[in-house]
Write a protein that binds this ligand. Structure first.
Ligand code: CUA
Length: 444
């Protein structure tokens, strides 16, 4: 065995080859047979990859299924790089494989043969290889530079048509602000006054229109990523980053923090909902309104005293394929509408009182109702969102109860648990939780 491995090393170093009396083995047909074999292998491998690709290339966070010009350009650049490197891989790999097989030691004499006369190489081959390397770099560099310029900011010609939003990273959720819109709230006397428009974890944007997104963070570095719309850009402390996206048509997209930012980084998600012009305007108008108030009829009593919620395992997935199926956008639309038949006005009113009594107002704002806190997500219209807890849980009564009941089991280390429940020693009974769930769900 040592003799054989030594032979292999020698053949790699100087390729002494079999008896050099004949050049038969170096003729072209042999080489083409090898190349054909390698080609068939590569094609089979690519086929398997493409076949498996059919299953996961169009997942909710797939960059292979772009839904806007920025992501499409970036995918195009990826393919250019991929094809160039694939050609280089096949050329280099097949040459190496050819040399290894062709010039391997076949007999004991080969293993002890003197190395052939050493040459300094072939100038023509060397210069051509340098030329080819430069050419392949240029082929990659041209679209790379073009894409860097294109994805940097909204194209000059489209700037007047661009919509502006601000996204801010928090441990571990995203806040979205609409700096050019004015929302309504109520002052203590009940008078309508202006307020800022902000949402949490769900960014609603106009479709078919460029959107300039300012990127900020209040704590550590996060990275803002909507795989189907654009590549990642970091949210840096003390630095104003931005990116732009455009959704071709209305849709429901997944977003994700893509920079390690603490223990719950992996569950720091968000959604992007792109709407046509009229629907986007309707949504804006609905969001600008103060919180929805469900009136309590005179003499009404709570319909049920105890709600039974199922218990969740730690780390149990918080979503189904409801927002991942054929039309997540339609599910989002359904979520905008209140369902008075399923509401219990007495329970909602109780939840409303508890929201203040249990100090939730310190961190959350519910415009026109309670709270001025900005440390946690804006909850004015939380019932109309499809997700809660930083895009991690589906927004339904069960999951909302799970989140309020044991936030630390859903998102370890989160501030609602550490700085809220623990510091303020918040204790919630099953009835309290039910009332809070009813109240928050009513905020459409
Ligand atoms: Cu924020 Cu990772």
């Amino acid at each position: 065995m040592p003799g054989r491995s030594l032979t292999l090393l020698r053949s790699l170093a100087v390729a002494p080859g079999p008896p050099l009396t004949s050049t038969e083995h170096m003729r072209f047909p042999n080489l083409s047979n090898h190349l054909a074999r390698c080609g068939r292998g590569a094609a089979a491998l690519a086929g398997v990859m493409l076949l498996s690709g059919c299953v996961w290339f169009d997942g909710p966070q797939s960059t292979f299924d772009p839904a806007g010009p920025v992501a499409r350009e970036q995918l195009h650049l990826f393919y250019v790089t991929c094809w160039v490197t694939l050609v280089i891989f096949i050329l280099v790999g097949s040459t190496l494989a050819y040399a290894m097989f062709k010039f391997r030691a076949r007999t004991d004499a080969d293993a002890h043969a003197e190395p052939p006369e050493q040459s300094h190489g072939n100038p023509l081959v060397e210069v051509s290889l340098i030329g080819l390397s430069i050419l392949s770099l240029v082929i990659i560099a041209v679209p790379t530079l073009r894409d860097i310029l294109f994805s940097y900011d909204v194209p000059e010609a489209e700037k007047p048509n661009a919509y502006e939003v601000t996204a801010t990273g928090y441990q571990w959720w995203f806040k979205f602000e609409y700096p050019n819109e004015t929302a309504k709230t109520l002052d203590p006397t009940g008078k309508v006054v202006n307020a800022e428009l902000a949402t949490g974890n769900e960014l609603v944007i106009p479709a078919g229109r460029p959107v300039h997104i300012n990127l900020r963070t209040v704590d550590v570095i996060h990275s803002f990523w909507i795989p189907k719309l654009a590549g990642k850009v970091d949210m840096m402390p003390n630095r104003g980053n931005f990116l732009w996206v455009e959704a071709d048509k209305p849709g429901y997209f997944w977003g994700q923090c893509a920079e390690f930012c603490g223990e719950s980084h992996a569950v720091m998600r968000f959604r992007v909902i792109a709407l046509g012009p009229r629907e986007f305007n309707d949504w804006l108008n609905a969001q600008m309104e103060p919180a929805r108030r469900v009136p309590v009829p005179d003499g009404a009593t709570a319909r049920a005293q105890f709600a039974s919620y199922r218990t969740f395992r730690v780390n149990e997935p918080g979503y189904t394929d409801r927002y991942d199926g054929l039309s997540p956008l339609d599910e989002w639309r359904k979520q905008q509408q209140p369902d008075p038949s399923a509401e219990d006005p007495v329970l909602i009113a109780r939840g409303r009182a508890l929201f203040t009594a249990k100090t939730c107002i310190q961190c959350h704002t519910i415009r026109g109702d309670a709270g001025v806190g900005v440390a946690g997500p804006e909850l004015t219209h939380v019932g109309s969102r499809t997700t809660i807890a930083g895009g991690l849980l589906e927004n339904n009564r069960d999951e909302l109860h799970r989140w309020i009941h044991a936030p630390n089991e859903v998102k370890p280390g989160n501030k609602m648990w550490v700085n809220g429940y623990l510091v303020n020693n918040i204790k919630l009974t099953a009835e309290d939780e039910d009332a809070l769930v009813s109240y928050l769900s009513s905020l459409k």
